[in-house]
Design a binder for this molecule. Structure first.
Ligand SMILES: C[S@@+](CC[C@H](N)C(=O)[O-])C[C@H]1O[C@@H](n2cnc3c(N)ncnc32)[C@H](O)[C@@H]1O
Length: 355
């Protein structure tokens, strides 16, 4: 089954989903001039919610194929290969119906319905490479993987000693069927070689955020009778890495409202966001989310293509939007020039001490 990558296909936009602005017809330069004027906040289309971890984590699909990303000195990152979703789309049931919709439409993006989180997008790899080159570690940091999809960036932070890692994706199906299984898989595979974190976390009792992330208890007792690795059950309440994670689905505006209700509201030292600026209609709420949730001296790592054909957004438009807002300064950390141009940039508050 061939899927359309890079959004170079007509995107279903309707008044219910976004704000009706015609993204496909916007030429880069003319659109850039008027980003501030023409983009309106996308209507909230998917109410945010926090996901409870299942107590019995022995739920990974039997037909799952796993992949591992190994980049230089980074700990290996394991994830479910998306082909399992493609092959089994017709039999799988999800309340959002995104498996069958994306299979039927042969599309990686159905705006306002499915925002592309079931596969790992290439800019995620660019950002992983950059982190490897920078030797960045995340010891003690509060991290948000915004628009996480498979969650590899958040998982890396988790393995590199982050204090807490929150994962957000638009689709609840992505969180439940991909992000959570991937995090669990990595916790299961988190052996001594990976384990820069365990030594710190193990035996310390509840971490700061553990109470915040409720666990769903299954009535059945979990027994560990030496099953194969991908089937081994993990008790999240006992696992130091899982206890640091929270999972959210929903659109950014309601996600922001939800997390701002927590006491105290989170401020993230690091926000990763990869391949999330393809739709200019979402820029206001994305910017607001970064503005409200980034710690005063925090850093946003944004990985993106120059331009998303068929959708209209891209780095030039987003930078224009950010500059017009005047809140963040943007620095280029990496610029690729092969094929479709890709970039990694950072955003930090103009008022940040280190800027
Ligand atoms: C193309 S996917 C990228 C997934 C992942 N970051 C990667 O690089 O593999 C874009 C992600 O942005 C998120 N996203 C896009 N628009 C959103 C919106 N309006 N509200 C919430 N999340 C959104 C979705 O969660 C989606 O998974």
């Amino acid at each position: 089954m061939s899927f359309c990558f890079n959004f170079d296909v007509p995107v279903q936009t309707n008044a219910e989903n976004v704000d009706g602005s015609n993204l496909q017809s916007g030429e880069k330069d003319s659109a850039a001039q008027s980003t501030e004027d023409t983009t309106k906040s996308a209507e909230p289309v998917k109410e945010a919610r926090k996901h409870l971890l299942p107590y019995d984590l022995d739920f990974l699909p039997g037909d799952a194929v796993f992949e591992t990303v190994s980049i230089g000195t980074l700990p290996p990152l394991h994830f479910l290969n998306e082909t399992v979703f493609e092959k089994t789309a017709s039999e799988r049931e999800d309340t959002e119906n995104i498996f069958s919709l994306s299979a039927e439409q042969k599309s990686d993006l159905i705006s306002g319905v499915y925002e592309g989180g079931l596969k790992v997008w290439e800019c995620t790899y660019d950002l992983l490479e950059l982190i490897e080159q920078q030797g960045a570690t995340f010891g003690g940091k509060a991290v948000l993987d915004l628009g996480c999809g498979a969650g590899l960036l958040g998982i890396l932070a988790l393995k590199r000693r982050a204090r807490q890692v929150h994962f957000q994706d638009y689709n609840s199906t992505v969180i439940e069927e991909l992000t959570v299984p991937n995090v669990i898989l990595n916790c299961q595979q988190h052996d001594e070689a990976d384990s820069e974190d365990d030594k710190e976390g193990r035996g310390k009792g509840k971490t700061e955020k553990e109470a915040d992330c409720e666990m769903k208890k299954d009535k059945e007792e979990v027994t560990d009778s030496n099953p194969p690795p991908k089937k081994r059950a993990v008790d999240p309440s006992q696992h130091p890495l899982l206890a640091k994670c929270c999972f959210f689905s929903g659109d950014w505006s309601t996600f922001l409202a939800l997390v701002l209700k927590t006491d105290p509201p989170p401020k993230y030292d690091i926000i990763f966001t990869s391949e999330t600026i393809y739709n200019t209609a979402y820029y206001p709420v994305l910017h607001e989310t970064l503005h409200k949730l980034l710690a005063p001296d925090g850093l946003v790592y944004l990985a993106t293509k120059s331009h998303y054909f068929g959708v209209g957004g891209g780095l030039h438009l987003f930078k224009t939007f950010v500059e017009q807002k005047g809140i963040f300064s943007v620095d280029h950390l990496w610029d690729g020039d092969e094929g479709l141009q890709r970039h990694v940039v950072s955003l930090r508050f103009k008022t940040a001490k280190s800027s």
